[in-house]
Design a protein around this ligand. Structure first.
Ligand SMILES: Cc1cc2nc3c(=O)[nH]c(=O)nc-3n(C[C@H](O)[C@H](O)[C@H](O)COP(=O)(O)OP(=O)(O)OC[C@H]3O[C@@H](n4cnc5c(N)ncnc54)[C@H](O)[C@@H]3O)c2cc1C
Length: 429
């Protein structure tokens, strides 16, 4: 069997970051990607927070094909027939390094893959890994078609359904509450129209998240990110909540309904759908993380269950990038010791624990159970919209006193046992 130093399975952000970190090590690094090119099979909503990454990979991003830097944050609560949007503008969003950027994976991962290749890493597209090769319980290589190739260390960067982690015995069977499914369209519009519709300056971007009736009470929400010359519009729904709610429905239709809402319709008017994708994303949090290493193998990014959905912020790409870098650092040290045993590779977990990734995932360990509360996606968004609408509404009847009519009603809605229990849960995050 031919042998290299490191095989990275999956040429997404996690795999490529690991390869980038290892590119100056003198080792032979092979990235195997099943897609036609890096980015061809990768899906994201569309926003990367840059600041957490800079400490780990400071230089790489200068020439990156980002779309727009986000200067406007919007959260929209959707009721049936009404909605309320909160908008945040801050001078801090204009300070460099800009806190977050929108991006398109087909462009971004491809650029990153070229960069990694220029640094001497072999990135091989259209190469699917079918199996692991083990010897005495230790991972020593991979099988791709009828070929076998060995390595001192294999990095599983094969995404959310990582079958390599399963083959290595690192994770237990999947549970529906671990995942949400996302549907996304990329809608082409010229940049001037985007800037006018969202009230943006040249190169500036907006990020808008939606919670409420668009998912019909199911756990999830919508997103809209402005790219240079397109919008990324999509919807995410928890698999567990889909399983338990009747009537069953074809969920992709919810995206069509969402687009029919006037709040969205007017933003995408005249646009042309140029890409459609669907993908799973991690929702389980730290409780569903697999074991991160074994003899001869490490897991990174989505394959390692690293991700955090806080409804108002979705984090996965930075976790993928930084876990890839930390895996690379671990492998370099293992090479110095010439020891790729589980004990030696356990340093990876220590590095992850010291990083923002596991610290955040621990801090927000109660978020998944909070998100399993359907009132978060039905009662509360509706309440916010109805209250605001009543405040703004003027008709032929004389307006009653605000305190009596509105606050008393709000008290009725909020001061009850159900809301009290929800409040107890909120306190945990
Ligand atoms: C709808 C949606 C919205 C999201 N929004 C955001 C967001 O706004 N911000 C954010 O930070 N995160 C977001 N995420 C999460 C984020 O996209 C992921 O966490 C991130 O893409 C993980 O990167 P990765 O490299 O680990 O995995 P992936 O990008 O999935 O890469 C895995 C790679 O492995 C390859 N592969 C798989 N199996 C094999 C095999 N057997 N052989 C060879 N290659 C293989 C695949 O082709 C793929 O290229 C979102 C996710 C979804 C689905």
């Amino acid at each position: 069997m031919e042998k290299v130093d490191v095989i990275i399975v999956g040429g997404g952000l996690a795999g490529l970051s690991c390869a980038y970190e290892l590119s100056d090590s003198g080792m032979t690094i092979l990235v195997l990607e099943r897609g036609d090119f890096s980015g061809s099979k990768n899906v994201t909503g569309g926003r990367l927070y840059l600041r957490p990454i800079l400490k780990y990979l400071p230089e790489v991003w200068k020439g990156a094909p980002f779309e727009r830097h986000v200067t406007k944050e919007r959260i929209t609560f959707m009721g049936k027939g009404n909605s309320t949007t909160f908008e945040l503008y801050s001078d801090r969003f204009q300070e460099e390094p800009y806190p977050s950027y929108t991006l398109l994976r087909a462009k971004f991962d491809r650029w990153f893959s070229d960069l990694v290749s220029e640094k001497g890493v072999f990135v091989i597209p259209q190469k699917r890994v079918d199996d692991l090769i083990k010897e005495d319980g230790r991972v020593i290589g991979v099988r791709t078609g009828d070929e076998e190739i060995g390595a001192d260390c294999i990095v599983a960067a094969d995404g959310i359904l990582s079958f390599l982690s399963e083959k290595a015995g690192l994770r237990s069977p999947f549970q529906p509450e671990q995942f949400a499914v996302g549907f996304k369209e990329i809608i082409q519009l010229d940049s001037r129209t985007i800037e006018d519709r969202f009230g943006l300056g040249e190169g500036e971007g907006a990020a808008q998240l939606f919670i409420g009736s668009l998912t019909r009470g199911r756990m999830g929400g919508g997103f809209l990110y402005t790219n240079r010359e397109s919008l990324s519009l999509g919807l995410v729904i928890g698999i567990e909540s889909l399983n338990h709610m009747e009537p069953r429905e074809e969920v992709y239709r919810l995206l069509d309904e969402f687009k029919e809402r006037p709040e969205i319709k007017n933003l995408i008017k005249g646009g042309e759908i140029v890409e459609y994708s669907a993908h799973l994303l991690a929702e389980g949090g730290i409780h569903y993380m697999p074991k991160l290493y074994t003899d001869g193998m490490l897991l990174v990014g989505d394959a390692a269950g690293l991700g955090l959905n806080m409804l108002v912020t979705v984090r996965g790409m930075e976790y993928a990038i930084v876990s890839g870098v930390l895996a690379g650092r671990t492998i370099k040290r293992a090479k110095e010791r010439n020891d790729f045993s589980a004990a030696s590779l356990s340093e990876y977990e220590r590095l992850l624990n010291e990083s923002f990734i596991l610290q955040e995932m621990k801090s927000f360990q109660h978020v998944p159970s909070l998100l399993s509360n359907p009132r978060l996606f039905s009662k509360y968004p509706q309440l916010i919209c109805d209250l605001f609408e009543k405040l703004m509404w003027v008709d032929e009847e004389p307006k009653g006193r605000i305190y009596q009519s509105k606050i008393e009603e709000l008290k009725r809605q909020l001061f009850n046992w159900e809301t009290f229990k929800d409040w107890l849960q909120f306190r945990k995050i």
